[in-house]
Ligand binder design. Structure first.
Ligand SMILES: *Cc1c(COP(=O)(O)O)cnc(C)c1O
Length: 369
């Protein structure tokens, strides 16, 4: 019986570090301090250093990281935020939660990221920010986006939830924007064993404000200066994340090795392989191919106990809850719609061994249209 290969397998990674993880959990259990203590503080410092940003604020999820960032930047009702529709629904949900309006622009077929020229065309006097999603671990074109936001005076928010460890011009993503948002959802490149997220920023004042609104608008004396709910990273999750952060560099390298094996091994003419910009180091959260014979491929794969994913089958603008947000005139989101119909995420996680990878390659090369 063959082992199942899914597009992600967080249990396998946690198994590898289980002793250290149990030690970390035990330490928190005995400490008696379970909320916003030294574990969160230590992790915030370590993660800020890893990314190369001045401040890190731990929060409850990637979605909350985006919501708190938008709110801290004063974005809400009457404002517009430019974003791709080919993204996790969380990116857009966060914009709508603040009362702002998402404005969708199309993405590039090769890098799966938003097209800077289209973002520029979508800017008007209500536009307050662009959320650049480094989808699948491939960085957006940061040169052009930074030039654009600086020229027109709006904010760049990086959604790095799929791109821990990715680089643009030798700098980690998450160090470029006004603010950057990370998710530590279990399947991400850096995953907790539960929910978690973080906001990074080089702006100290903004970091202070995010710290305030992550917990009832409290100042240091627990006096509420602002109406706000709560979104904290747990001590236990922070302690686990610190264990896993130590392996992140290696695991990104391993993801790149696996990508190389796929690239060299796959030779089915029905498959378009992902590419990497010359300025980029890909973090390969997902290895996403494009194919017109997706359903056939999924069927053949399931017989081989291989279970790829689809990220995403329906773009956000086509989902019932978001139908009222349609792209600007002239932007048909043609690439976005094309990707929804053709993308397929192959198994991609550091614990895949050579025989697993070969099984996937053979499986793909044997699929016929
Ligand atoms: C996972 C993800 C999020 C949301 O993260 P959660 O921690 O699940 O809230 C946001 N944006 C992108 C691109 C993601 O992949």
């Amino acid at each position: 019986m063959k082992t199942k290969l899914s597009f992600a397998n967080p249990a396998k990674q946690n198994e590898k570090s289980r002793l250290q993880i149990f030690e970390a959990i035990e330490r928190v259990v005995y400490s008696g301090n379970y909320i916003l203590g030294s574990e969160v503080q230590d992790f915030e410092i370590a993660f800020a250093e890893y990314i190369g940003a001045r401040n890190c604020v731990g929060v409850n999820s990637g979605t909350d990281a985006l919501i708190l960032s938008l709110r801290a930047l004063g974005i809400g009702h009457g404002d517009e935020v430019i974003t791709p529709s080919h993204t996790a629904v969380a990116t857009v949900a966060a914009i709508c939660t603040t009362g702002a309006k998402p404005v969708f622009v199309d993405v590039d077929l090769d890098t799966f990221t938003l097209i800077p020229e289209l973002a520029e065309r979508a800017i008007n006097r209500r536009t307050k920010a662009i959320i650049a999603v480094h989808l699948y671990g491939h960085p957006c074109d940061m040169d052009r986006l930074l030039e654009l936001v600086d020229r027109v005076g709006i904010h760049l928010i990086e959604d790095c939830s799929q791109a821990h460890g990715a680089e643009w011009n030798g700098k980690k993503v998450g160090s470029f924007g006004s603010v950057s948002c990370f998710s530590f959802y279990p399947t991400k490149n850096l995953g907790a064993i539960g929910d978690g997220g973080a906001v990074l920023t080089n702006n100290d004042e903004l970091a202070e404000r995010i710290r305030l609104i992550r917990e009832y608008g409290w100042d240091l004396n627990r006096t509420s200066l602002e109406i706000s709910g709560v979104s904290r990273l747990d001590e236990i999750q922070a302690a686990i994340l610190k264990v896993k952060l130590a392996d992140l560099k290696k695991s990104i390298e391993r993801r790149n090795e696996i990508a190389m094996l796929y690239r060299n091994g796959i030779n089915n003419s029905e498959v378009i392989l992902p590419t990497t910009s010359i300025n980029a180091i890909h973090a390969f959260h997902l290895f996403v191919i494009r194919t017109n014979i997706r359903e056939k491929m999924i069927k053949d794969f399931s017989r081989l106990e291989i279970f790829p994913g689809i990220h995403y089958r329906k773009p956000v603008h086509a989902q019932p809850a978001y139908l009222k947000y349609q792209p600007m005139d002239g932007d048909s989101l043609a690439n976005t719609n094309h990707l929804a119909a053709t993308v397929l995420s192959l198994p991609m996680y550091p614990e895949l061994d050579e025989s697993d990878v070969n099984r996937v390659i053979e499986g793909i090369n044997n699929v016929q249209s």
